[in-house]
Each structure stands twice: as structure tokens, then as C-alpha cells.
Design a protein. Structure first.
Ligand SMILES: Cc1cc2nc3c(=O)[nH]c(=O)nc-3n(C[C@H](O)[C@H](O)[C@H](O)COP(=O)(O)OP(=O)(O)OC[C@H]3O[C@@H](n4cnc5c(N)ncnc54)[C@H](O)[C@@H]3O)c2cc1C
Length: 511
């Protein structure tokens, strides 16, 4: 085996760079390993990744973060679901909720028994979302951490919306406390050793910094993974043709809905992310069908509150690096690939990248087997996130524009086609061991986009319909009562997390 690493350089101080620095410095406490972050305040960060999914809660735990302090310092709000508006045509909407459907008590997932009840008793079965606590709470604007049932010990499944710049700053504080050394310098080049490994980065002015291991968090540029090592990029535009975004903040929404909203527009979709002090908004669109001026006008004409800043424009190509770990460089964040934020997966992929890196942490021998495994699993995670995003486009119900018609005409990837075919039979979703999205995620999105199975699962016939009806009726009632008993989301933020909401929040110094 090789010698231990002596020095790591993390290139970039955005969400990816500081997440990596905070996590590695927390876990690897021996200061014999130097961890340096090089970022350029002149270049800045992308500053738009503000919606997350529930596993982020475990990242916070790994970092030893006090969640209420995190909520205050990053102006965060809670998130229970993503709402999809107008994806199936005008005035349509459905939720992709976090957490469970039903309260257990059936041998198969609850959705199968709901489908049988609906087939035999029609409206008596209600909708699938009547069995989702997070859906009912989200729609009622309610939130609390603990499940609202008698003697419940577990938490609700939740994630966060936060201010991306404040999040990077928060993580930087943690990392610097752990001994990470920050350099505000611009990198202008690199030096390779005889094996083609990165030996050093060359800084503006000509000096250089050497290290054994480099983590490329330089954003879309991919300074080391692409510009230095020429790793290559797999382009997924044929499935995800949107290649531009425009973002514009607006004033805060006093009711702070505890969910992200995604509204389909003529050639893309618009996000709405409510924070404590402002609302994040943006339009992801396809430049072959919409001009920059049109995109700006669609976004500014559909803001939920008065505009509170200028538009910022982004260009991207959806896809992933051919390798995420190449030689002595691992790419995280935008340097590793890009998936549009429809299912809030990018920050999550940074997290899983860091978690895998910690499990496969290298020494100076850089074992081939570890690197290959890292690349294989990361590619799979990217593909799983990609497939759910593609499904939204492929199964859209809009007939109004060429963009949406073109999306329906695509050939989906085989992995997605297989999932669709399986569901079309008996509403089955088979969760493989490492699947990113749960059976509930796929089921609610399939149902929400009107994918209907031909039949009900034959195993449900083993239970009398009266019994199914009774269990489902009492489940609905328990869930409605639970959601009704929860406090309004703004009240929870103010009382339990001591957050300062609204205009006052902008002036408040985070505690
Ligand atoms: C429009 C849009 C919306 C998004 N929304 C979401 C979302 O809701 N949820 C989600 O999970 N993800 C979202 N993402 C993705 C998310 O923003 C990123 O995954 C996340 O912010 C990580 O970015 P990063 O740290 O990789 O890159 P950046 O934030 O761009 O950071 C790059 C860093 O590298 C430094 N750097 C670059 N070049 C040099 C150089 N030459 N010398 C020195 N330093 C350098 C920069 O200074 C900066 O510090 C969105 C992305 C876009 C484009």
C-alpha cells in the first residue's frame, strides 16, 4: 500500500468546494493532512443551488451542525415536496412528496391497495396524495419536525431551501474551524508529473502550489478534470434539451410555502424557492425554442412577488464527465456534470460524491479498483437522477408548443423505458439497492403525470375489499388530523428555529 496523503487542494469555494472541505476536515482530524481551498472572489460562485432533498439532513448530522443555527445563518426554510404545475396542461398540478405513503399495515406498498379500492369503489379511495402527510402539510402550509402522531418518535422527511451564498459561507466557517486553509487566488495553469497526474496548480503571478490529491470544484469550467486532464463529457441533450437558465430574486412570500414549485412554461419550466428573506425564481429553457429576451420577459412576468434584483443568465450542457475520478483528481459539483434542478439533485450528488470519497479515501498509490468503483457508482447515480427528470418531459401532457411535442417524441433511455413498462402492468416500481429515488417518488410522479397501470397487483386480491377500505379510510383521517395539528411553517421557523422572517431578515445579522 502507498504512503498516506500529505496535502489536498480543493479547487473552488462554492457549495461543492466547501461541502468537501467541511466533510473531509471533520472526518480526517489528523492535521498531518493539510487541506487547502483555492477560490477566486473575482470569479465568484454560481450562487443558484438553493433547493435540496432529504438526505441533506444526514450531511448536516455528519458535519455536527446545529440545525436551528444552520436555518438562521443560511436563511433556510423547510421543504416537504416539489409541486409540478401545468406539466400536464393548463391548471394541472401534483406533488412529488417526501416521506411515506400511508401508515404501513399492508404486505405490499400502500399504493397497490389504493389502486384496488379505486378500481372497485371509485372516489371513496380519494387520491394517492390523501395518504401522504407531507403532501397534506405542504398544501396547508404547515411544518414541524416530529411526526404529528401520538407517541411518534421519528421525524418527518424534510429537506431545505437555503441561500446558496450563505450556505457556502456557513460551510467555510466550519471547515476553517477544522483547520482548512483558504486562499483567495486565481488559478491560471497546472503542472503534470511523468504519469500525467496533476503535480501542482499555477497561480496568477506565476507561483504554484503542489499537492498529492486534487478535488476539482471549479464549477462549469472543470479546470482540472477537463481543461488539464481532458477527461471528456457525455452529452445528454437528446433527452434533456434545455440549455439555458435565467434567475431573478423577488421579495419574500409571507406564507413561505414549504415546497419548491416547478411550473411548466412554453419552452421550459420556472422554479420558485421561498426563503426567509426573499424568493428564488428562475426559468430553465431551451435556446432552440426561446430567446434570451423572451425568457427574461416570461420570468419577470410571472414572479410571485415584486422583483428584488436583476436577471442573471446561465448556459449549460446537460450530461456528465466520462470519469468523475481521473488519476489524482476527483470532480464534484458542476465540474462533474450538470443536471437541471427539476428534482433538486445536484447538491445531493455532491453529497453522495463526498460520502463515496470518504469510503474510498485514497493514499498516494491511488488504487485502480477504488477509482473504478467510484466512477461506476457515480455514473449510476447520475443516470438514476437523469431518468426521473427525463420522465417529466417525456410524459408531459402539453399540446401547446413544438417544444413539448418534441419532448414527447423522444426515445427515452432504456433504463427509463424499462421502469415505465414495469409500471404500466400492475403499478410496480422495483427499487434496486442503490436507487436514488424511492418507490414512492416514482409512484407519485408516474401517477401525477397520468401514467396508469393496466391492472391491479394480483396479490391485493388476497385481502377483502371491506378491510382495505377500512384501513385506508382511517389512514386518511389520521393523516388529515396530523397535518391539521401542525403549526404554520412561518410560525415554526420563527418560534422553534428563532428565525427572523421577511424584510427584517435582510437587516438581521445571522446569530
Ligand atoms: C440555474 C441553476 C439552478 C440550480 N438550482 C439548483 C437547485 O435548486 N438545487 C441543487 O441541488 N442544485 C442546483 N443547481 C446546481 C448547484 O448550483 C451546484 O451544484 C452547486 O452550487 C455547486 O456549484 P459548484 O460549487 O460546483 O460551482 P460554483 O459555485 O460555480 O463554484 C466554483 C468555484 O470555483 C472557483 N474557481 C473557478 N475558476 C477558478 C480559477 N481559475 N481560480 C480559482 N478559483 C476558481 C470559483 O471562484 C468558485 O469558488 C443549479 C444550477 C444552476 C445553473
Amino acid at each position: 500500500m502507498g504512503e498516506p496523503l500529505r496535502k489536498i487542494i480543493i479547487v473552488g469555494g462554492g457549495t461543492a468546494g466547501w461541502m468537501a472541505a467541511a466533510a473531509i476536515s471533520k472526518v480526517y482530524q489528523d492535521r498531518a493532512l493539510e487541506i487547502h481551498v483555492i477560490e477566486s472572489s473575482e470569479i465568484g460562485i454560481v450562487g443558484v443551488g438553493e433547493a435540496t432533498i432529504p438526505p441533506i439532513v444526514s450531511m448536516n448530522r455528519l458535519l455536527g451542525i446545529d440545525e436551528d443555527e444552520f436555518i438562521r445563518k443560511t436563511r433556510a426554510t423547510f421543504k416537504l415536496a416539489i409541486q409540478f404545475v401545468d406539466w400536464m396542461g393548463p391548471d394541472t398540478r401534483y406533488l412529488h412528496p417526501f416521506g411515506q405513503l400511508g401508515l404501513g399495515g399492508f404486505p405490499l406498498p400502500m399504493s397497490h391497495y389504493w389502486r384496488r379500492l379505486r378500481a372497485e369503489r371509485g372516489d371513496e379511495a380519494g387520491t394517492l396524495w390523501d395518504y401522504s402527510l407531507t403532501s397534506q402539510a405542504a398544501l396547508a402550509g404547515k411544518f414541524q419536525r416530529r411526526l404529528p402522531y401520538a407517541n411518534a418518535q421519528a421525524d418527518i422527511a424534510y429537506a431545505f431551501h437555503f441561500d446558496a451564498s450563505l450556505y457556502a459561507r456557513f460551510l467555510r466557517e466550519l471547515a476553517e474551524k477544522n483547520g482548512v486553509i483558504r486562499h483567495d487566488r486565481k488559478i491560471e495553469g497546472h503542472r503534470l508529473d511523468s504519469r500525467g497526474f496533476i503535480e501542482a496548480v499555477v497561480l496568477e503571478g506565476g507561483s504554484s502550489m503542489e499537492a498529492d490529491f486534487f478535488i476539482d470544484c471549479s464549477g462549469f469550467r472543470g479546470l482540472l478534470i477537463e481543461q488539464a486532464l481532458g477527461t471528456g463529457y457525455e452529452d445528454w441533450t437528446r433527452w434533456l434539451p434545455c440549455d439555458r437558465a435565467v434567475a431573478m430574486p423577488s421579495e419574500f412570500m409571507p406564507d413561505i410555502p414549504p415546497f419548491t414549485r416547478s411550473t411548466a412554461r412554453s419552452a421550459g419550466w420556472q422554479w420558485r424557492i421561498p426563503l426567509q428573506h426573499r424568493t428564488g425564481n428562475g426559468l430553465v429553457y431551451c435556446s432552440s425554442f426561446m430567446s434570451e429576451d423572451e425568457a427574461e420577459s416570461v420570468l419577470s412576468g410571472n414572479l410571485p412577488t415584486a422583483a428584488a434584483g436583476d436577471p442573471r443568465f446561465f448556459r449549460f450542457t446537460t450530461g456528465k464527465r466520462k470519469l468523475f475520478w481521473n488519476k489524482n483528481v476527483v470532480a464534484l459539483g458542476l465540474a462533474s456534470g450538470f443536471l437541471e434542478p427539476l428534482e433538486s439533485t445536484s447538491i445531493h450528488l455532491i453529497q453522495t460524491g463526498i460520502e463515496k470519497l470518504l469510503k474510498l479515501f485514497p493514499d498516494r498509490s491511488f488504487r485502480r479498483e477504488d477509482i473504478d468503483l467510484y466512477n461506476r457508482i457515480t455514473a449510476l447515480e447520475y443516470e438514476q437522477a437523469r431518468d426521473l427528470i427525463i420522465f417529466h418531459y417525456f410524459a408531459n401532457g402539453r399540446t401547446d408548443t413544438d417544444f413539448w411535442r418534441a419532448c414527447r417524441a423522444m426515445d427515452p433511455p432504456d433504463t427509463l423505458a424499462e421502469r415505465i413498462e414495469l409500471f404500466k402492468g400492475y403499478g410496480r416500481v422495483f427499487r434496486r439497492e442503490d436507487d436514488l429515488f424511492s418507490e414512492i417518488s416514482w409512484t407519485t410522479v408516474f401517477e401525477g403525470q397520468n401514467l396508469r397501470p393496466a391492472g391491479i397487483d394480483p396479490l391485493t386480491l388476497g385481502m377483502p375489499i371491506e378491510g382495505i377500505g377500512e384501513v385506508l379510510r382511517s389512514t386518511r383521517e389520521t393523516i388529515w388530523q396530523g397535518a391539521a395539528a401542525m403549526p404554520p411553517h412561518p410560525e415554526f421557523l420563527a418560534r422553534s428555529c428563532r428565525a427572523v422572517l421577511g424584510a427584517d431578515a435582510s437587516a438581521a445579522v445571522p446569530a
